[in-house]
Design a protein around this ligand. Structure first.
Ligand code: ATP
Ligand code: MG
Length: 414
């Protein structure tokens, strides 16, 4: 193993990248708050069954992507591959099921053992929302509207398309499943090995396959529309009507299914063509059976998760690094005064970089490298006068200022 390398599929988020990530998660947090989603954080690892049961043994996630290990106390634990199951577990553990509706926002790392590529990592980061306890389609509409507004706020609204589908209620889904199994069984030999396995366990997932042969077979597969019962059809119509009223354009995609087993009714994805095959940036749906499946009461839910890495890659105008004020002391007494002056200026809310060593030229070069907005020069002459020399890097002007006026003057610059 090469020493001092990050593990495969993980990466260091150096400041430029981290600034993008922070911008994505803060924008999402603020926007989700407008809808009443309150931030929650659940543990990064949980007992394995928190994930294996609800996500489903036959999904890619549980069958081959989970980071599962036995800890020193003999407990089977798993690094969370997604956060919906963790949030529902938290709702149950904390006895919150009586206080619905519950609206949560989260942001944090997730772990899946996948083949790393652009926009696909083993440790990645998601933002997401969960709305629990509301059976009405308004919940689906508002949850999608929240995702839509976040993408707009990030300036990537024009680069994504909302795809929408319904998986119906359990009754419709069972009928559809039967029709799918009949169809795929006839064309079994054309399916990939993975999909032949899915045929018994999770036939809907075949529709989601990225294998070229499967995609060909999928184009002629029966569409869900013909198997939707009236309740499911009405529900879907109301979701579509609501999105229409909000001016959120949606493209129906009858092949859209989610990788996880617990979805019902609405499923949706915001996709882009700008990230190669990793085109899904935000994905979610309704999961009315999940809470019960995890041992709670019957409680509907709807939510989505979005990959921060993919959103960060799409940002066309990433936030700029703040331009500091470079403080350049010259001589020993100036060094001492600079230390307190830097704190005074930071107290006033200014970003200050204090040059620690080197002659004036060297410190000015550092100021330049940092993209400083201005330099504050402090030498014996200045000290004697009770002030500083200010060099404005934008205008090139040099002015003398007394200490008392400095903070206000600098604030006007930045
Ligand atoms: P995919 O089909 O791309 O594997 P998925 O269906 O497994 O996606 P979800 O579980 O729905 O993805 O996760 C929601 C979002 O999280 C995805 O749309 C994507 O933006 C992001 N995401 C999922 N897996 C990864 C990963 N390994 N690396 C980076 N982002 C990811
Ligand atoms: Mg996946």
């Amino acid at each position: 193993m090469p020493a001092l390398q990050p593990a495969r599929g993980t990466q260091d988020l150096l400041p430029d990248t981290m600034r993008r990530h922070r911008h994505v998660s803060e924008t999402a947090h603020k926007t989700a708050a407008l809808y009443g989603f309150a931030e929650i954080a659940t543990p990064i690892f949980e007992f394995t069954e928190v994930f294996s049961r609800p996500i489903g043994e036959h999904t890619d996630i549980v069958s081959k992507e989970m980071y599962t290990f036995t800890d020193r106390g003999g407990e089977e634990v798993t690094l969370r591959p997604e956060n919906t199951a963790g949030v529902v577990r938290a709702v149950l553990s904390n006895g919150l099921t009586q206080s619905t509706p519950l609206k949560f926002f989260y942001s944090g790392p997730m772990f899946r053992y996948e083949r790393p590529q652009k926009g696909r990592f083993r440790q990645f980061h998601q933002i997401g929302v969960e709305l629990l306890g509301v059976a009405q389609p308004q919940a689906d509409i508002e949850t999608i509207a929240c995702g839509h507004r976040i993408l707009q706020a990030l300036g990537i609204g024009e680069r994504v398309v909302l795809e929408l589908n319904t998986l119906g209620d359990p009754e419709s889904r069972a009928d559809y499943r039967e029709a799918l199994v009949a169809y795929f069984s006839k064309r079994r030999s054309e399916l990939s090995e993975d999909s032949q396995r899915r045929l018994e366990r999770n036939p809907l997932r075949i529709l989601d396959s990225k294998d070229a042969g499967d995609i060909r077979v999928n184009t002629e597969a029966p569409a869900f529309a013909a198997y939707l019962n009236e309740t499911s059809q009405q529900f879907f119509d109301r979701v579509r009507g609501g999105l229409d009223r909000l001016g959120i354009a949606a493209r129906l995609n009858p092949r859209l299914v989610r990788g996880l087993d617990y979805y019902t009714h609405t499923v949706f994805e915001f996709v882009t063509t700008d990230l190669g095959s990793q085109g899904t940036v935000l994905a979610g749906g309704r999961y009315d059976g999940l809470v019960e499946l995890m041992g709670g009461p019957q409680m509907p839910g709807v939510g989505w998760a979005a990959g921060i890495e993919r959103l960060a890659l799409l940002l066309t105008e990433p936030p700029a690094a703040p331009r500091p004020i470079a403080l350049v002391p010259i001589g020993e007494s100036a060094e001492a005064r600079a230390l307190t002056l830097a704190e005074e200026l930071r107290g006033a809310g200014l970003v200050v970089d204090l040059g620690y060593s080197g002659n004036v030229q060297r410190r000015m070069r550092r100021a330049d490298r940092l993209g400083a907005r201005a330099a504050v020069l402090l030498g014996d002459d200045e000290l004697a006068r009770g002030g500083v020399t200010l060099r404005d890097f934008e205008s090139g002007a040099q002015t003398e200022l007394v200490f008392a006026d400095l903070a206000a003057h600098l604030k006007a610059l930045t």
